[in-house]
Design a protein around this ligand. Structure first.
Ligand SMILES: [Zn+2]
Ligand SMILES: [Zn+2]
Length: 132
């Protein structure tokens, strides 16, 4: 399922009680408030579901900018992309999910001292370790 389809599904779920809007009726250019009639409570619920579904954090100031379904999809794509690059070590290329080389080298998984910097390669200040 694409990000857009998942977003539509989540919006559809908000309407489960009244069942007036199906995912297939939702288009990217629909506005959340006017076309879909989501109120501020629905928005909070939607954001919670989105954060759950995509394992991301959406900041309030970003939510304030949400106008259309497309805005939501764009935002999630952007956050996911950032998350991917944040979690790849720029030196050794290890990721949160595959850190096996670091574990072999130091007998423990590394943690992230800063975006793109794992603890095996960088010190607490984000400086490259001399021995790496
Ligand atoms: Zn590293
Ligand atoms: Zn690592």
């Amino acid at each position: 399922m694409s990000v857009e389809e998942k977003v539509k599904k989540i919006i559809e779920e908000l309407w489960r009680d009244t069942n007036t809007v199906g995912a297939e009726d939702i288009t990217a250019d629909m506005t959340l408030c006017n076309s879909l009639g989501l109120d501020s409570l629905d928005m909070v619920e939607m954001v919670m579901k989105l954060e759950d579904e995509f394992d991301i954090v959406i900041k309030d100031e970003v939510v304030d900018e949400f106008e259309t379904v497309a805005d939501v999809v764009f935002c999630i794509n952007a956050i996911q992309k950032k998350k991917e690059t944040d979690r790849v070590c720029e030196k050794c290329g290890c990721t949160e999910n595959d850190c096996s080389e670091c574990i072999a080298a130091q007998n423990e998984p590394c943690y992230w001292v800063a975006p793109g910097k794992c603890s095996r390669c960088f010190d607490e200040n984000g400086n490259l370790k001399a021995n790496s």
